[in-house]
Design a protein around this ligand. Structure first.
Ligand SMILES: Cc1cc2nc3c(=O)[nH]c(=O)nc-3n(C[C@H](O)[C@H](O)[C@H](O)COP(=O)(O)OP(=O)(O)OC[C@H]3O[C@@H](n4cnc5c(N)ncnc54)[C@H](O)[C@@H]3O)c2cc1C
Length: 379
């Protein structure tokens, strides 16, 4: 097998997670290579809804989300790219009285954790979000949430990493990770071997398979998540909308089209690297979103697509080193949250490599949660 230039860190996968990690490492002066089986940002990170949200996060990942949002506003200038990042807030709508106490309690918990979030009721909600359905009674509103344009972000990160000296190997698959004396020594790829001290597993839906190369089991499953895009409509909706009792995430992107998601499933074809759209999910998604935002009934659908996403058994990412071999870091299992978190996950990966100590505690998201005596069990 031919030898490619050795580096300190090989980042495997150039979705937004790997791209952000490579950027943070290379700008800190760490010699970095990015190995990507396909095109940059072509899997979950290109298909994503692009929501950049802190509210509603699991308490284990909320500190990462808060830090990530502090990074998002400066990224466009820093990466030298238009990411269409808009910080117009996210409102999680409440349709039914019986759901209110739980939402109000969650908002209080998030306020206690340092998030600027408030409840908005009745007429105040309709003033904030004109067009919301009349039966909706309230919403939790975080004004620092927002959204960005997914296909552009991983590419912008990779280009910036390359400017800092990182090497990109596109259309190159990692086929094995080499280990000696309990430590990572390199990777074998479809284009040759690369020696390195560290490997970052940022391959999304293929994360469990890659971890298995070093004998580590990760309870991560692949799902295909579905999105809808409408024709262009006059500008009206500023915030991203979710809903407690519906499967919906809704935003109007700068072109005027409405982008509709919410976790509706497609059919996974993992070996062929894509998911197939399910008609039942198109119908369900259209029904749920137009129930809370009736204007959508006047908009024709232009496109539906899916993206393959890695979902951990307990619904939060897996971040950090494996017990063995040394030098193998995991950043996958993002469970539908990885786009928003990526800027801070990149920082965390850089900190693991350069100081061994992330500035945001991530112990609760570590691999060991699946292997300790009180481990999270696979369902
Ligand atoms: C439809 C949809 C909507 C979503 N909406 C949101 C949202 O609104 N907000 C949010 O925060 N998150 C959202 N997510 C989740 C978010 O997009 C993902 O968590 C995030 O993009 C994951 O990025 P990643 O880089 O970890 O994985 P990916 O983008 O999947 O990248 C992994 C890369 O690894 C490569 N790879 C795989 N195997 C190998 C190998 N052996 N060698 C080399 N390369 C390999 C793949 O080709 C791929 O490019 C959504 C996801 C989907 C699918």
């Amino acid at each position: 097998m031919s030898r490619l230039p050795g580096v300190e860190v090989v980042v495997i996968g150039a979705g937004v997670t790997g791209a952000a990690s490579a950027y943070e490492l290379s700008r800190a002066g760490v010699r970095t290579a990015i190995v990507e089986a396909g095109e940059v940002g072509s899997v979950a990170s290109g298909a994503s809804a692009g929501g950049v949200r802190q509210q509603g996060r699991d308490p284990r990942e909320l500190p990462i989300a808060i830090r990530a949002i502090q990074r998002w506003p400066e990224l466009q200038a820093e990466l030298g790219a238009d990411l269409h990042y808009l910080q117009d807030g996210h409102v999680n709508l409440v349709e039914f009285e019986e759901d209110l106490p739980a939402v109000e309690a969650r908002v209080q918990r998030e306020r206690d954790a340092g998030l600027a979030i408030e409840m908005v009721y009745g007429d105040d909600l309709r003033k904030l979000v004109p067009g919301v359905a009349p039966h909706v009674i309230a919403g939790s509103y975080c004004r620092t949430d927002g959204h960005a344009m997914p296909p552009w972000v991983a590419k912008a990160y990779v280009r910036a990493a390359q400017r800092h000296g990182a090497t990109l190997y596109p259309f190159t698959r990692v086929t094995d990770v080499t280990v000696a004396s309990g430590r990572v020594t390199g990777v074998k790829t479809s284009s040759g071997e690369i020696s390195c001290d560290w490997v970052i597993n940022a391959v999304g839906a293929w994360g469990a398979g890659l971890a298995r190369m070093v004998g580590v089991e990760l309870p991560i499953e692949t799902v295909a998540l579905q999105m809808l895009l409408t024709e262009q409509m006059p500008p009206k909706l500023k915030q991203v909308l979710g809903c407690v009792s519906k499967r919906v995430s809704l935003k109007q992107i700068p072109t005027g089209s409405y982008l509709i998601g919410g976790g509706w499933p497609g059919t996974v074809h993992q070996e062929r690297r894509f998911g197939r759209v399910r008609f039942a999910s198109v119908a369900g998604s259209a029904a749920h979103s137009s129930a809370i935002y009736p204007l959508l009934r006047q908009a024709r659908l232009l496109r539906a697509w899916t993206g393959l996403e890695a979902v951990a058994v307990d619904g939060v990412p897996v971040l950090g080193p494996v017990p063995e071999p040394a030098g193998f870091l995991v950043a996958c299992g993002f469970s539908g949250h990885g786009f928003a978190l990526a800027p801070q996950v990149g920082v965390i990966m850089r900190e693991f490599v350069t100081t061994g100590e992330p500035s945001v505690p991530v112990d609760a998201l570590g691999v060991q949660r699946f292997h300790s005596p009180n481990a999270v069990a696979a369902e």
